[in-house]
Design a protein around this ligand. Structure first.
Ligand code: PMT
Length: 401
C-alpha cells in the first residue's frame, strides 16, 4: 500500500515539452495508490494528446471550462470538491504567473481558484525563464500562499541549454506528493473493522439479533481512513450511510462475517472487532415460516464461531483488537476476554447505561491491555474513534518487529 492510498489527485498539465512526462507521472501516482484525474490547458494538448492521458488515468480528461456534460455545467466546482490535492506538472512560467495572480481564464486555473485542497507545482521551463525576476517573484508569492513547489531539477534542457528548470522526474514527484500526506498515522496500513449486529435466521422472515446500530464501527472506519489506512468495513445490517473511500462488505450472519474476515486477512495489519456478533444461532433454519401452534416454543441454539478469537489465533495474525460489551464487572470480564481470546487490546464499554454503547451517539470506554487499564471520559463516537485510532496506531508501531 502506497503513501497516496485513498487519495484523489488532480494532475494539471500545462503547455511545455515536459508534458510528455505526465504519462509516466500518472503511473507513478497510481503506483502510490492515488486515483488520478487529469485537467489539461489548451496549450498542453499541443504536446501530448488527451487520449493518452485518458487511457492511462482511466478517467476522462477535462479540458473545457464550460462543460455541459458536468452536473449543473460546473465541472470546475465538481473537480475542486473531488480533489485531495492538485498537482500541476509540468507548470509553465505562464501558468505560474496566472496562478499567482488568481486568474480564472481556463479550466485548470479556475479549479485551483475554487479548491480548498493543497496545490503543488512542478515548474518546467528554460533556465533563463526560471531565473527571470518575474518568475521568481511569482514563486515567492505562491510559497507565501502555501503552494508547494517541487523542483525544478538541473540538467540538459530540450532547448539545448544546461541549468535549472527541468521538471523533476515522475518517481521523485510521486514521492514528494506522497510526503504531503505523511502525517497519516496509518499510511500504508490495511485495517479491517467489523461493525453492526449479525442476524441469525430462524425461518425466512425471523431472526435473532441485537441493538447495535453500527455507529461505533463506522466511526472507527472513518477515522482509520482519515489516518491514511486502506480500510475494509465488514458490516452487519445497519441503517447508516457508509463512510466514503472505505470498502464495505455487507454480511448478515456471524458465519458470513467470519468468512469475509478470513477472505480479507491477507496483508491485514490491524483487525478491530466492533461488531455485536450473536454468540448463538438457531441449530436449524426452517425452510418455511414457522407456524404458531403450542403455547410454548423451544428453539435449539448452537454456538457461533468466535470471529475475533479465530483471527487472533491465525498464523497470519494482525494486531487484533476486540470490544467487550458488559452490563457488570466491566474490567474483570474485559481482562478475561483479553486473555481468553488472546487479544492485544480490549475496548470495554458498560452497556447497562442506555445513554452510551448500543445505538447511542456517545460512548465511554475502558482500554484494557496486558500492561494495565485506562479509562476515557464519555465522548461522541466520532471523537472517540479518532482517539482510539491514535492509540491503536501507537500500539501497532510498538508491536512491529
Ligand atoms: O453499534 P453501536 O450501536 O454503535 O454500538 C457499539 C457497540 C456497543 C456494539 C460496540 O461498542 C461494542 O461493544 N461491540 C462489541 C459487542 C459485543 O458483542 O461484545 P462481546 O463482549 O459480546 O464480544 C467481545 C468481542 O468478541 C467483540 O469484539 C465482538 O465483536 C467479538 N465477538 C463476539 C462473539 C463472536 N461470535 N465473535 C466475535 O468476534
Amino acid at each position: 500500500m502506497g503513501s497516496l492510498s485513498n487519495k484523489r489527485v488532480i494532475l494539471g498539465v500545462t503547455g511545455g515539452i515536459a508534458a510528455y512526462k505526465s504519462a509516466e507521472l500518472i503511473r507513478c501516482l497510481q503506483g502510490e495508490g492515488a486515483e488520478v484525474r487529469v485537467v489539461m490547458t489548451p496549450a498542453a494538448t499541443e504536446f501530448i494528446t488527451p487520449l493518452t492521458l485518458q487511457a492511462l488515468s482511466g478517467n476522462p480528461v477535462n479540458l473545457e471550462l464550460l462543460d455541459t456534460a458536468a452536473e449543473a455545467a460546473m465541472g470546475h466546482i465538481e473537480l475542486a470538491r473531488w480533489a485531495d490535492l492538485i498537482l500541476i506538472a509540468p507548470a509553465s512560467a505562464d501558468f505560474i504567473a496566472r496562478l499567482c495572480h488568481g486568474e480564472g481564464n481556463d479550466l485548470l486555473s479556475t479549479v485551483c481558484l475554487a479548491s480548498h485542497s493543497p496545490i503543488a507545482i512542478a515548474p518546467a521551463m528554460n533556465k533563463h525563464m526560471w531565473e527571470n525576476n518575474a518568475t521568481q517573484n511569482n514563486l515567492q508569492q505562491l510559497r507565501a500562499q502555501t503552494v508547494h513547489i517541487f523542483g525544478p531539477a538541473t540538467g540538459y534542457q530540450a532547448c539545448g541549454d544546461v541549468g535549472e528548470g527541468r521538471m523533476e522526474d515522475p518517481t521523485t514527484l510521486a514521492r514528494m506528493t506522497g510526503s504531503l500526506f505523511e502525517k497519516g498515522l496509518l499510511s500504508g496500513k490495511k485495517v479491517v473493522i467489523t461493525a453492526g449486529p449479525t442476524r441469525e435466521a430462524l425461518d425466512p422472515v425471523r431472526y435473532i439479533s441485537n441493538h447495535s446500530s453500527g455507529k461505533m464501527g463506522y466511526a472507527l472506519a472513518q477515522a482509520a481512513m482519515e489516518a491514511g489506512a486502506t480500510t475494509i468495513l465488514i458490516s452487519g445490517p445497519v441503517q447508516i450511510a457508509p463512510p466514503e473511500r472505505v470498502k464495505i462488505i455487507a454480511v448478515e450472519s456471524a458465519e458470513n462475517m467470519l468468512s469475509a474476515a478470513l477472505d480479507e486477512l491477507d496483508g491485514t495489519d490491524i483487525f478491530i472487532a466492533a461488531a455485536a456478533v450473536a454468540d448463538y444461532r438457531p441449530a436449524s433454519v426452517a425452510e418455511q415460516k414457522i407456524k404458531k401452534n403450542d403455547d410454548d416454543m423451544f428453539i435449539q441454539l448452537v454456538k457461533n464461531p468466535d470471529i475475533v478469537a479465530t483471527i487472533a489465533a491465525h498464523p497470519k495474525r494482525p494486531l487484533t483488537i476486540g470490544f467487550a460489551a458488559e452490563t457488570e464487572n466491566l474490567e474483570h470480564y474485559a481482562k478475561q476476554k483479553l486473555q481468553n481470546k488472546k487479544l492485544d487490546l480490549v475496548i470495554a464499554n458498560d452497556v447497562s447505561d442506555s445513554t452510551i454503547g448500543f445505538n447511542s451517539d456517545d460512548n465511554r470506554v475502558l482500554l484494557v491491555e496486558s500492561g494495565g487499564s485506562k479509562k476515557l471520559p464519555i465522548m461522541n463516537k466520532n471523537l472517540l474513534a479518532t482517539r482510539l485510532i491514535e492509540h491503536i496506531a501507537s500500539l501497532s508501531k510498538t508491536s512491529q518487529p
